[in-house]
Design a protein around this ligand. Sequence first.
Ligand code: CP3
Length: 399
Amino acid sequence: MRSEDCTLEASHDLSQPKIAASDDDRGMAKPASAVYQERETVSRSLAEPALLNAIPSPKPFLDVLSGQRQPVPPLWMMRQAGRYLPEYRELRAKAGGFLDLCFTPEFAAEVTLQPIRRFNFDAAIIFSDILVIPYALGRAVRFEVGEGPRLDPLDTPEKIETLASEADFAKLEPVYEALRRVRAVLDPKIALIGFCGAPWTVATYMVAGQGTPDQAPARMMAYQNPDAFSNIIDALVANSIEYLLGQLRAGADCLQIFDTWAGVLPPREFERWSIEPTHRIVAGVRAKVPGAKIIGFPRGAGALLPAYVEATNVDAVSIDWAAEPSLIRERVQSKVAVQGNLDPLVLIAGGAALDRAVDDVLANFAMGRLIFNLGHGIQPETPIAHVEQMVKRVRAYRG
Ligand code: CP3
């Protein structure tokens, strides 16, 4: 084993005894203004860097991943750093391009912390994007305002042959630096999540060169030229493992693999292009960091979720809002933790519909291991007051 690997394992010693967070620590029954208290904590931490990470600290979020249900489910939101926040929009305008925002550690660290300051979430997710891997593999990646990502399409087997097999990890160094910066100031009770896209989902953008409503170009490539398509998948598997290990080394506590477009695949293809590559990533990361905690998000997998959990060895699955509760409880939550699954649209709607939907998620899943989240990313038009309403309601839960 290389010495570098030893260091990595030592810094992620997951055999530490877990100390359950007390209800007081979790900020239960706080006044309404208490969701903002993190602003103070973060600035205090900045002044006292030497005290940080000195002792292993309880993180309710990681406790759920390790098998301990929490009386108040830990809470965060996918895409929690983003356009619904005025402070994000301000920094985004200052940064110039979206990738400039991702690759300027000072800015990326700052936007990572913005939602934590406002809502005191139990987890921060590093601000980056799943398309930084194609970028590091030498593909041109641009984010057009109002249009989403644009890449040079890999739409023929001949073009796929030109794909580099190894990413230029120097290009991803700013992401690691942003993680180190967040790690240094983050409240020790809050977990830091690193992430990558699942190979299938990243490949849908690489083949089509952009987002598509039905991912038809990648599905077609996988049917017509499976060998060429597997070359893309294999490159993504190998480089995603390295990228995730780099994020752990830089201070991430756990990892999430986003497979946003898993749900368009028929069962046989789901097995081959979603489950199997995700399993290889999980195994590859754990070969170096045996206790690494990993959340999978095969959005839209529905009845295929039990097979996904069984075969990938993830510690938790993120479920979308259409998931059927009894199937999830009996065949998924009985084995791993569940994360989700509020409909992002009901967060826009607010009011009594939002209260009811929050209560439904809690009633469906909070008796088992639950990380409260949305069923997909928060939408830019979501009112901040509705996020506050959701946070208060989840934290008032007594289970
Ligand atoms: O969750 C977080 O707060 C961390 C940051 C994060 C972003 N993208 C920032 C982002 C994460 C985890 C992602 C993941 C991601 N990126 C996924 C998987 C999860 C999902 O939501 O489905 C996918 C498919 C992408 C690819 C991507 N990036 C698309 C399709 C787009 C354009 C569409 C859109 O939502 O604007 C992006 C851009 C992007 N990534 C933005 C943000 C905040 C918006 C860009 C902007 O500010 O202009």
